[in-house]
Design a protein around this ligand. Sequence first.
Ligand SMILES: [Zn+2]
Length: 480
Amino acid sequence: MSTVGRRLAAYAPLLAPPLVGAYTGDALLTAQNAEPTRVLAALHANASPRRPAPRPSRPVVVVLVDGVGDAFMARAMERGTLRPVSWWRTFDTGLPSLSRPAYHALFTGVPQAVAGVGNNRHRGPARADTMMDRVRDAGGFVAWALEGVSWMHDLAGRSSDEVRWGGAAHDVDALAAMATRNTLVVTHWVTTDDAGHTHGAASVDYAREVDGAMRRASALHDALAQRLGAAGFTLFVGADHGHVARGGHGGPERAVTRTRWVQLGGPTRTHHEGVISASAMAATFTDALAIEAPREALRCAAREAVTSDCAAITRRAEAVEPVFRATVREGRVRAAVLSVAWAVVLLAMAALGGTRVRRALAAMLVVLAGAVGAYVLLGPGFTLSAIGTRGAYIARSLAALTAGALVAWAAVGRRTGARGREVLWASAAVPWAGVAAAGGLAGATVPGPHVALLASTAGMVPTATVLAVLLTRAITKRTG
Ligand SMILES: [Zn+2]
């Protein structure tokens, strides 16, 4: 074996703890979409029966402007760039304030925590009846105009639907033409969200994208009125979530969770006070088509209903609620038990493992304290909204964790007598704290934005420890 080969072989075991962290972090992201089977069973058992409905005569067009919060929509209304508004209401998108979970709530009327759709890793069709299913059952046709993200179609599309990709989503004449052939047209504009992630909601770039989207929505209204007549369609414009000033969403901040849906065109201008769950929009969309709400919807329409049966929806919500609450309780107990078990395992190792193990664990706790302290001071933040772009979030988190681990290891950790390799192995225990907290909730409900963040950040601690130990060694060699 060459010298380089021997060196690599010597360092290879050091990679194991970081790989453990990467693996648990990744597995937890997937686990946050585990099906809450008992809740879903209760939902399905209480579904409304299929009822024959007449085919809707007036199409509904839904424009989802990704990543534009309530305040920005309000400003566009004030400036008149979003017009003519006939109805509007403010909504709470729910947690996590991420796109795929939000689309699921908008299409089914089932909030994301109940459906167990925890992040954009969700795969496959919606877990409940969708408004698109209602349209098809009434003999109507569904069409999609998507800029590039397939998530909406993944949830509720069928091979029989008309689908346009790319530029067609921004082409108001093409969209208006789709509305002449279809009953429900859904279009998804994502450049606003891209600008939010890259530049932040406080940026000029974001404001420009939002302004362009609002003007385009108004132009779509005019194009529809030209083809179908002023009263020949219903046009809704709204969003899945907003963005924080420096970019990012997923957390509980108002800028992120408050969204607005408006109807453009229509005889009178009305507005409903009060903030309600965005999942109320599913029944609002179907109501505009004069068909049944999604059969498992848990929220009544956001305005006076014409056709959807609010009493039936309320009964279903009351039937599912106790099952959901019980499941969440069980999940919390499981997460607490697993967290205690994690601590007990560490204490048992310290008690039974001898001096070297005790030293390694003590040094690991010192390094962890340093890493956490530096994350508090220098890290990107404490909610999922801290993830503006994935790369920037990982880079900043890792830099903060490493800086803290380095100082703690060099200043205090080494005095425990532990060797670098030992503290590194001990650091592999940290990601399991995230598994206990977030993994314990899997299949019960979606973890809150803080727990979800803890899970992925804990996975980075072993990597930060490796870097801290290697850097300390390099610095000591140079100065020594
Ligand atoms: Zn986004």
